[in-house]
Design a protein around this ligand. Structure first.
Ligand code: MN
Length: 278
């Protein structure tokens, strides 16, 4: 199932270029009181919501997908986890060992954006790079998750962009500007992606292919990332992994149009603009 969030926080199921408006399926979510449980409530209740979506989809209004504004399919992640230098790009063994030793980093939740919101660049004196990545959305709470069980913790996958300004600051600061983590165009539930370790991914900028790779080049694959991350972090429903980027990282300018595609997941179009306030 391909679930999207669109327009004014409506829920959609994507079918052949159309969106079925299944917002009514959100009625199965429990009524919460303060304090809210950790994580994203839609993802935490995904099985129940998906069952309701299946029940009501055929009687739900159909809208062409190019007429809706697509938002991040995860509204309220508990955290966004980045994997620096996680692809084999032909570097030597010492460089690989160094990359693995750096571990992971967190991006501020406020950096999350959807394809219709685009990327708003700031600090334009810096070089700011695009990174296309497989987005992995965690479905249930876990800590110290063994690699063999790790994929059972995945709710689904999405296309992600990890926007990366150059600079000496910690990654967690530089990469946390608003709109610097783009997720979309929808969430593909994990049952539709049985093997995340062999997916082609590509990024075009203004029609030119800039990045091309396959998730089999990941140094820590999806299951290894979950195992490693959960040896430090407790994972919650809606946590997002940005799982690393293949070769071809390069700069963006206002006015650029990014088209990011991941096999079995989808294609997301994102426009780049300059922030008006600085
Ligand atoms: Mn990255």
């Amino acid at each position: 199932m391909r679930l999207c969030r669109f327009d004014n926080n409506r829920l959609g199921v994507v079918e052949d270029g159309h969106v079925r408006d299944v917002t009514a399926a959100l009625d199965v979510l429990p009524a919460y009181r303060y304090p809210l449980p950790p994580g994203d409530m839609l993802i935490a209740n995904l099985d129940a919501v998906a069952a309701r979506v299946r029940a009501i989809a055929k009687d739900s209004p159909l809208v062409p997908i190019d007429r809706v504004a697509l938002l991040s399919p995860v509204a309220n992640p508990g955290k966004i986890i980045g994997a620096p230098m996680n692809y084999d790009t032909g570097q030597d063994q010492a460089a690989i060992a160094n990359a693995m030793s750096i571990g992971l980093f967190l991006k501020a939740n406020g950096s999350l954006s959807g394809p219709s919101e685009g990327i708003m660049l700031r600090m334009m004196e810096r070089q700011i790079d695009h990174e296309v990545e497989l987005g992995v959305v965690i479905g249930r709470e876990g800590a110290n998750i063994p690699r063999a069980d790790a994929l059972t913790y995945v709710a689904g996958y999405a296309v992600a962009l990890d926007i990366t300004p150059h600079g000496k600051e910690e990654r967690s600061l530089r990469k946390s500007c608003a709109t610097y983590s783009v997720l979309g165009p929808w969430l593909v539930t994990a049952d539709e992606v049985p093997d995340p370790t062999d997916l082609d991914l590509q990024l075009q900028v203004n029609g030119e292919v800039r990045q091309q790779g396959n998730t089999k080049q990941m140094l820590r694959g999806v299951a290894a990332l979950i195992e490693y991350a959960s040896s430090f972090y407790t994972l919650y429903p809606g946590d997002i992994f940005l799982s690393g980027t293949p070769a071809g990282v390069g700069p963006m300018r206002p006015g650029d149009r990014l088209v990011a595609t991941i096999e079995s997941v989808g294609t997301m179009t994102v426009d780049v603009r300059a922030t008006k306030t600085n």
